[in-house]
Design a protein around this ligand. Structure first.
Ligand SMILES: Cc1ncc(COP(=O)(O)O)c(C=O)c1O
Length: 435
């Protein structure tokens, strides 16, 4: 197909897209001459939902108007602010409302979950995770192991793809759990791998972990808002996420946490310390709301995962997320996923003819990826970097991940088929001009 004909196809697909109107509800960044950039970086930082300005403004107004009384009298009282996010987060994660909470940030929530659920005992001391995990997860896990007086290097099992392969085979996790399961206390796994874009079957991993007698937690930084999730039914023990990527919560937005109901039910409500694993680290915001301000030394836990809250929530870091979750509720994660598969398949189809000058390392099937494609440019990292810079010069916003990957993510809420076409055309030009 000639280039103009292909662009026409992209425009026709945009015209037929029932979700295309949502793009106008986001701020699309512009280049130096005021032209809208082709923003394909929602895997790193999602775009501003325009309604977020109003929501943040309302919190500032209520603070100005009410001072401390805003805790109870703001239009969304700050005392229970996190509850504004519960329904939306439960819908996106496939959880009961009592199993999800907006709080802290991803790595802090991971530490809280590891404190409760990583319980090395006798021979079962090890943590299984992926080799090449996001650095913060690796640091959290290694430091939790060291904090318990164990050696991180010999206690961690880091599973790598087979030699010559970029992504992990699902059976590799099961094989490892079958072989070494009695030593593994906990499995920590990503829903979507940040560098390769590979998506994993969380229910399958949870089944294998539980069959081996291990607990399992998931890092959903690149999954939430990207793929529909079914955490309760998948029987995950816990999960953590950030809200600044596909959830469009803004830089440093409040993070989130899922804890399966069976674990919160197993803990006593009226004291610290209960059945292992699962003992909470506590703060006043985990204390039940009706008696919190009696400030008594005796702890009485809130219901569900909200008992794991430590501090009062960052209202200004949560307000934009309310705006974004409303958009998710309106558009529907099922509809978004259907468009996302079509967008990413289209990107894949346009890039494949550029092989072998570029290699898509993300798995080819929709079931094994979210919206992101990860590209490796033939000829080494320096050449890859040159192509990446050329793409940036052509108004493409994607990102570079060390050592040699360009990540590109068409996001169904605000990207068009035409954006995908423009990116593929820019990539072809950048490759042609590469040294
Ligand atoms: C996969 C993954 N895990 C963890 C983090 C760290 O998140 P935070 O800084 O919110 O703790 C990120 C941040 O981008 C991430 O992509």
């Amino acid at each position: 197909m000639s280039a103009p004909a292909a662009r026409e196809e992209a425009r026709e697909r945009d015209a037929a897209d029932a979700l295309s109107g949502f793009r106008a509800r986001f701020a699309i960044p512009c280049g130096a001459r005021g032209e809208p950039l082709v923003y394909l970086c929602g895997h790193s930082l999602g775009l501003l939902p325009l309604a977020a300005r109003e929501l943040v403004g309302e919190e500032l107004d209520d603070w100005a108007r009410l001072g401390v009384e805003g805790h109870e009298r703001a239009r969304r009282p700050w005392l229970s602010y996190h509850e504004n996010l519960t329904t939306g987060l439960a819908a996106l994660t496939g959880a009961h409302p009592g199993e999800v909470i907006a709080m802290n940030s991803l790595t802090v929530n991971l530490h809280l979950m590891l404190a409760s659920f990583y319980r090395p005992e006798r021979r079962r001391t090890r943590i299984l995770m992926e080799a090449g995990a996001f650095s913060s997860d690796r640091h959290a896990v290694a430091s939790q192991i060291a904090w318990r007086g164990l050696d991180p290097e010999s206690t961690l099992i880091e599973l790598a793809p087979r030699a010559g392969e970029d992504t992990l085979r699902a059976e590799a996790i099961e094989d490892c759990l079958r072989e070494s399961g009695e030593q593994i206390a906990l499995v920590l796994w990503p829903g979507v791998q940040f560098r390769t874009g590979q998506a994993f079957d969380l229910a399958r991993i949870a089944r294998a972990a539980h069959a081996a007698g291990s607990l399992v937690g998931f890092d959903l930084a690149h999954s939430i808002g990207n793929l529909p999730l079914t955490l309760h039914a998948s029987d995950a023990d816990f999960a953590v996420w950030c809200s600044y990527k596909y959830l469009n919560g803004g830089p440093g937005a409040i993070g989130g946490c899922f804890l399966h109901q069976r674990h919160s039910d197993a803990q006593p409500r009226d004291r610290h310390g209960g059945a292992l694993p699962g003992v909470r680290l506590a703060g006043w915001w985990g204390h039940e709301e009706p008696t919190r301000f009696l400030m008594e030394p005796q702890f009485r836990a809130s219901a569900g995962v909200s008992a794991w809250q430590i501090s009062n929530p960052a209202v200004l870091a949560a307000a934009p997320l309310i705006a974004s979750l409303r958009i998710f509720e309106e558009s529907g994660i099922g509809n978004l996923r259907a468009k996302s598969v079509a967008l990413t398949d289209y990107l894949d189809r346009l890039i494949r003819p550029l092989q072998p000058r570029v290699h898509i390392i993300t798995p080819p099937s929709g079931a094994q990826r979210g919206c992101q494609l990860s590209l490796r440019i033939a000829g080494g990292a320096a050449r890859g970097r040159h192509v990446f810079d050329a793409l940036s010069g052509r108004g493409m916003v994607c990102d570079w991940r060390s050592p040699d990957i360009i990540r590109v993510a068409p996001v169904p809420l605000y990207n068009r088929f035409e954006d995908v076409w423009l990116f593929a055309a820019a990539l072809a030009e950048a490759l042609a001009g590469a040294p």
